[in-house]
Design a protein around this ligand. Structure first.
Ligand code: SF4
Length: 425
């Protein structure tokens, strides 16, 4: 979501005549697009901001420093007193105001803060500067109504707003005409897309409209809240040829007690039932998830439930994190916050378990032929790399001109993070 917001800000800047600098040190303007989902991301931002502020005061150069994203939204004006070198503070729903803010800052010479949230942002066509040429993100909604107790997103990105389907399809058609082959539809909870729209449109209906967009051959989406994964959506994934067989379905914990404390509004049994339905409908569905270990009050038994769920589902991959205290959130006030060492120990156990599962899942592909969208040279010297429909990295030897093509690759070896194979005739 943040990377796509960065593309949108770059699009606005390019329309104003800016060009990308080789590095932040050479730039006239630096925008730090921030994430505050975990404390670590926030600390990284403050250390980078300190470095830039020092550079600005030392060099005496006319450089504009802007802070965007969720920390901008969270801190607002306070950022100016904390770091006087900051010239602009822009919230994630105020991006369309960037040009006006630059002008105001230049004319007045004083800092500008915009974090009120533009109520019409979801209806504005903000240009995006995309550089990939093959794969593009397209936002379909902003904000979230779920208020999971550990999560800061609803407070910073606001309540759920869906983009009109005609705007989404128009953007996707434009991408198809420019030669893009794959689109990932973005939203905090794409499954509930459509709430509050003037023209009724559900997420499965939007996928059906996307299926008809010329040029776009692969459709992906993130993120899906398990509670809202309807039978209609499972049917659309099964029936629509362009919708890839991969889904990110964050479970967060395997313990019902913890899920309730997190306000996830499903039990582990309901989650497993959804996974079963998905796999019955689409047997080779690749499933990934998010896990939070060390949520306040998580007991050893609760943690054991998470480990058991990982073994039962056998995810293709997971994104696991230690619980991180976030401002505004209800979880902050819960009893039983765990020591850092306990969280670290549990995280290590989860990662170790998943490493073996990911390897086994990938090894199941050995001998199969996978359709790969070729992205270019692999970091493994002399090879090309691309993604399978299940979103796994696949490396193989082939000519560079294949970039942008769909090719068949016979998988010969597998590691926990990628596949390797041979180009089929
Ligand atoms: S559904 Fe996702 S974005 Fe929304 S509150 Fe929960 S974790 Fe945060």
């Amino acid at each position: 979501m943040n990377e796509h917001d960065s593309e949108r800000m770059a699009g606005i800047l390019e329309a104003q005549g800016f060009i990308p600098a080789a590095s932040a040190d050479d730039a006239e303007m630096v925008i730090l697009n921030t994430c505050s989902i975990r404390d670590k991301a926030e600390q990284k931002f403050y250390s980078e901001l300190g470095r830039l502020a020092h550079l600005k005061s030392r060099s005496g150069k006319e450089v504009t420093i802007a802070v965007a994203g969720c920390i901008a939204q969270q801190e607002g004006e306070k950022l100016l007193s904390r770091t006087p070198s900051v010239d602009m503070v822009i919230g994630p729903s105020d991006i369309a105001r960037l040009s006006a803010m630059i002008e105001k800052n230049r004319n007045s010479g004083t800092p500008v803060v915009e974090t009120d949230g533009d109520p019409e942002y979801h209806q504005r066509l903000v240009p995006a500067s995309r550089s990939d040429g093959l794969k593009a993100w397209v936002s379909i909604m902003y904000g979230c109504d779920n208020f999971c107790t550990y999560c800061v997103v609803p407070y910073l990105r606001g309540r759920e707003r869906s983009r009109p389907p005609r705007d989404i399809i128009a953007e996707a058609r434009g991408l198809g005409e420019q030669g893009y082959r794959e689109v990932t539809l973005l939203g905090q909870n794409v499954n509930s897309y459509g709430k509050g729209l003037e023209d009724d449109c559900t997420f499965p209906e939007l996928l059906r409209m996307m299926q008809d967009v010329d040029g776009i051959e692969r459709i992906r989406f993130v993120t899906s809240h398990p509670r809202d994964l309807s039978d209609a959506l499972i049917g659309a994934i099964r029936d629509l040829a362009k919708v890839c067989e991969s889904i990110h379905l964050p479970v967060q914990s395997g313990a019902d007690r913890v899920l309730a404390l997190m306000n996830r509004r499903y039990t582990s049994a309901e989650y497993l039932d959804t996974v079963r339905k998905l796999r019955n409908a689409v047997p080779d569905m690749a499933i990934t998830t998010d896990i939070i270990v060390g949520f306040p009050g998580e007991t050893a038994d609760d943690f054991a439930c998470t480990m058991q769920l990982l073994q039962e589902v056998e995810y293709d991959n997971i994104f696991a994190f230690k619980y991180s205290q976030r401002p505004h959130t209800k979880a902050l006030g819960l009893p039983g916050h765990l020591a850092e060492e306990v969280k670290e120990e549990r995280l290590a156990q989860v990662l170790e378990l998943q490493k073996g599962i990911s390897l086994r899942k990938n090894e199941q592909h050995i001998g199969s032929v996978q359709e790969v969208l070729v992205e270019g040279a692999s970091k493994k010297g002399g090879m090309l790399t691309g993604r399978t429909r299940g979103n796994k990295a696949a490396n193989f030897i082939g000519p560079a001109h294949l970039r942008g093509s769909f090719v068949d690759v016979r998988i010969t070896t597998a590691g926990p993070n990628s596949l390797s194979g041979e180009l089929c005739e």
